[in-house]
Design a protein around this ligand. Structure first.
Ligand code: SF4
Length: 432
């Protein structure tokens, strides 16, 4: 058995970089340091749910085809469509995302990633108010007040707290005892149970709570006995804890980005972070889910000027979330073909969007059987990035990390598949 050190976990946006993989006969059979979900991804790559050949649906049944046939078919679907959508991109590497951008421009598609249904509101808020950010390394070494708002890393990012928020750091030698942890969550989640202060607000009242905290921060009275179900004194106590920080960090998740107010919640949370800098160093980081969801937003921005929901229909990039989001196009029955890569909208999109996905040609570039592949007309299986192919991913704090190839695979990588589809699409467009 061989041990491969310093492997980066290709599961969540924490991108833990200290994983050790046990490899036997070109298969990962075990891990050290990974959490349960990361470990599960590494050791369950193979098995009955793994596709090893491209599949095309014929008369309701999947039949095996060659990669060449699958690439021809995919290029044909995208070139023939008037309003193709290319969605996903969050579980693949940046170089593949870059090829995807070129392909979207070539076939005049809408290209969009999973941020559309998770941290999209955060991206909109960043346009309005900026982004006072730091790295997870700074959190580990400096942060003495840590806020988790609308997220439950204990389960969604299981090593996040231990590696960054509770860890012993350069200026926080004792780790947990040197830090105050505040959790804002309507539920008494497992993360909330670890907190020094739990602000258990009412559902959908995040905006009101941030607003009251900003009032207290500016020295104004809070006019009500309670706001968002939290007594005035508790709010003032929490604000005092924020003001006393030497280095504070606000981690926020979909509990605030998708509660009532959406990107306006993040607007006001960013403004609170900026205002806190009058008292202490304060920064914020969104808790990104898929391991390279951030990478797509970076690649898409440097290629088109916009982070997601980019529409190339006119040949120029256009951006209007609410109109050019994947769900908007599917639910309005505008899209007439779809390519899904590195994500599973079949498991997460609303029924109305899924109905359109059933009705239009659907390509799925996906290693495993998922609810999306169940709806697909064409399935193209890739090697898994971070395990069977190397590539770059952006951690939730915007730090790019190079992921390793741990084992060999006979399958084409996402990058190779997309490059071949792009080349064929260019030929088809030229012959039109
Ligand atoms: S916390 Fe995330 S990146 Fe780290 S091992 Fe677990 S799943 Fe992987």
């Amino acid at each position: 058995m061989e041990l491969v050190n310093n492997v980066i976990c290709p599961f969540c946006g924490t991108l833990c970089d200290d994983i050790i993989c046990k490899v036997e006969n070109e298969e990962i059979v075990g891990t050290y340091n990974a959490c349960r979900i990361g470990h599960s991804k590494f050791v369950h790559a193979e098995g009955a749910m793994r596709y090893t050949k491209p599949l095309l649906r014929k008369n309701g049944e999947f039949v095996e085809i060659s990669y060449d046939e699958a690439i021809e078919k995919a290029a044909q679907i995208l070139v023939d469509a008037k309003r193709p959508v290319m969605y996903g991109w969050s579980c693949t590497d940046c170089a593949s995302q870059e090829v995807g951008m070129e392909l979207a421009e070539e076939v005049r598609a809408v290209i969009d990633n999973t941020a559309s249904v998770c941290h999209g509101p955060s991206l909109l808020a960043v346009h309005d108010t900026g982004y006072p950010v730091c790295t997870l390394g700074e959190v580990k070494n400096r942060a003495d007040v840590v806020v988790y708002w609308g997220c439950n890393p204990f389960h969604a990012h299981p090593r996040h707290i231990a590696r960054h928020s509770y860890a012993r750091g350069f200026f926080r030698e004792r780790g947990r005892p040197d830090r105050t942890m505040i959790v804002v969550d309507p539920r008494n989640s497992d993360t909330a149970k670890l907190a020094d202060i739990h602000l258990q607000l009412e559902y959908n009242k995040d905006y009101e709570l941030v607003d009251a905290m900003r009032s207290a921060l500016k020295g104004h009275d809070i006019l009500y006995d309670e706001v968002a179900g939290i007594p005035r004194e508790q709010i003032i106590g929490a604000v005092e804890a924020l003001k006393k920080a030497q280095f504070g960090i606000l981690f926020f998740g979909m509990g605030i980005t998708h509660s009532l107010g959406k990107h306006r919640n993040i607007d006001t949370a960013i403004m609170m972070t900026q205002e806190l800098n009058q008292f202490a160093k304060w920064t914020l980081i969104p808790m990104r889910g898929h391991y390279n969801v951030n990478g797509f937003n970076q690649v898409c921005t440097w290629e088109s000027g916009y982070p997601f929901c980019v529409d190339f229909a006119t040949g120029e990039p256009r951006y209007n979330p609410g109109e050019t989001g994947t769900n908007d196009l599917l639910q309005n029955k505008e899209a007439d073909a779809m390519m899904v890569i590195a994500s599973d909208p079949g498991a997460h999109f609303p029924q109305r969007a899924l109905q359109t996905m059933i009705e239009i040609p659907l390509i799925s570039i996906e290693p495993h059987r998922t609810p999306t592949t169940e709806l697909a007309d064409l399935i193209i299986p890739p090697a898994i990035v971070g395990m069977e192919a190397e590539g770059t991913a952006y951690r939730m704090d915007g730090v790019p990390l190079r992921m390793k190839k741990v084992v060999e695979s006979d399958l084409l990588t996402d990058n190779q598949i997309l490059t071949k589809i792009l080349e064929r699409a260019q030929e088809l467009e030229a012959s039109k």
